[in-house]
Design a binder for this molecule. Structure first.
Ligand SMILES: Nc1ncnc2c1ncn2[C@@H]1O[C@H](COP(=O)(O)OP(=O)(O)OP(=O)(O)O)[C@@H](O)[C@H]1O
Ligand SMILES: [Mn+2]
Length: 306
């Protein structure tokens, strides 16, 4: 993505996490998500605990390309100078949220929990804040939000229907929207991606007209079917190929190194688990029932987002 000058900066207006809306000097609109954690910081608690990790956005974008899913908008790491690159072009409502902490510039913007300086994010003493740029999907795509059929309840001790009802998958498959077309296999595609990157926070997903974009790792245990193209791809990435390919791509990012060695090792390990899981199903009921040729994205009109 374009690394040029930032011409406008405003508070983010969607979602719960703190983010900025930026316009670059070639008119590209992008979301800026700041870094909260160092590369090797381990978030404790439930699988969805903590804030989103900016480096994970970069890794997931490239992983999606390697898996040939191509259904996420472009992501690239970026270091911004809060005082030189952002403040001078900031909207008034963003400017109002700037403050200083131990001499470093900070802001708290506007988001679900961003009530004041205690929820803000700070640059280093040099004014530099690392984060990622995510290309904004233009409004004319009309994103449609769907509740994820395999979402968590996010409440300790409260189980979701898919956790207690063995026939839940069949019920979802009877629902218009899932009974035909690519949607369910899209969810499986992204379930694999989410499992590989450790994203356990897929409560909703969005589609662009016909096409799906997001999903939850949990489907892996329930969906039991996988698109042939993804299965072939996963097989080709065994034995360390995945981490090797991804690491060499991530080396090119402006905020490299994006992942630590333990992250890369975990990716190969999780890929092994996905292959084992699908392999077990194949052994049990045969490849034809599990690995599906039909319903490919291409048959049903790709969103064209890559
Ligand atoms: N690149 C993008 N292009 C278009 N719309 C986007 C983009 N990124 C985010 N959005 C919109 O903003 C919403 C929130 O985005 P995102 O999930 O990244 O933020 P979040 O703060 O983590 O929100 P949540 O807590 O709902 O997960 C999305 O559901 C989508 O409608
Ligand atoms: Mn989120």
């Amino acid at each position: 993505m374009h690394q040029g000058q930032i011409t406008q900066a405003d508070v983010g207006h969607k979602g719960t996490q703190l983010k900025l809306m930026l316009v670059l000097d070639n008119e590209q609109k992008v979301v800026f998500k700041p870094a909260w954690y160092s590369r090797d910081y381990v978030v404790e608690g439930p699988p969805y605990a903590g804030r989103d990790r900016h480096n994970a956005e970069i890794a997931a974008f490239h992983l999606g390309r390697i898996l040939e899913l191509r259904r996420s908008p472009l992501v690239v790491g970026r270091k911004v100078n809060l005082l030189k690159d952002i403040f001078p072009v900031a909207s008034d409502r963003l400017k109002e949220t700037f403050f200083r902490k131990d001499k470093a510039p900070c802001f708290y913007g506007r988001c679900h929990y961003c009530k004041g300086p205690e929820d803000g994010v700070c640059a280093g003493s040099d004014g530099i804040l690392e984060g990622v740029l995510v290309l904004w999907i233009p409004e004319h795509y009309h994103l449609k939000l769907h509740r994820h059929p395999w979402a968590r309840t996010y409440r300790e001790g409260k189980m979701a229907r898919w956790e207690t009802d063995d026939t839940y998958c069949a019920k979802v498959r009877a629902v218009p929207g899932y009974s035909q077309g690519p949607r369910l296999l899209d969810i499986v595609d992204t379930a694999v991606l989410d499992f590989l990157v450790g994203n356990a926070d897929r409560h909703h997903y969005e589609t662009i007209q016909e096409g799906g974009r997001d999903a939850a790792l949990i489907i892996l245990d329930n969906g039991k079917r996988i698109r042939a193209s993804l299965w072939q791809r996963l097989l080709a990435l065994q034995e360390g190929v995945l981490s090797h390919v991804l690491a060499s791509i991530l080396d090119q990012d402006p905020v490299a190194p994006v992942l630590t060695q333990p992250h890369l090792t975990a990716l190969d390990r999780r890929l092994g688990k996905v292959l084992d899981q699908v392999g077990t199903c194949v052994d049990r009921v045969g490849i034809k029932a599990i690995v599906l040729d039909g319903n490919s994205r291409k048959d049903s009109g790709d969103s064209g987002i890559s």
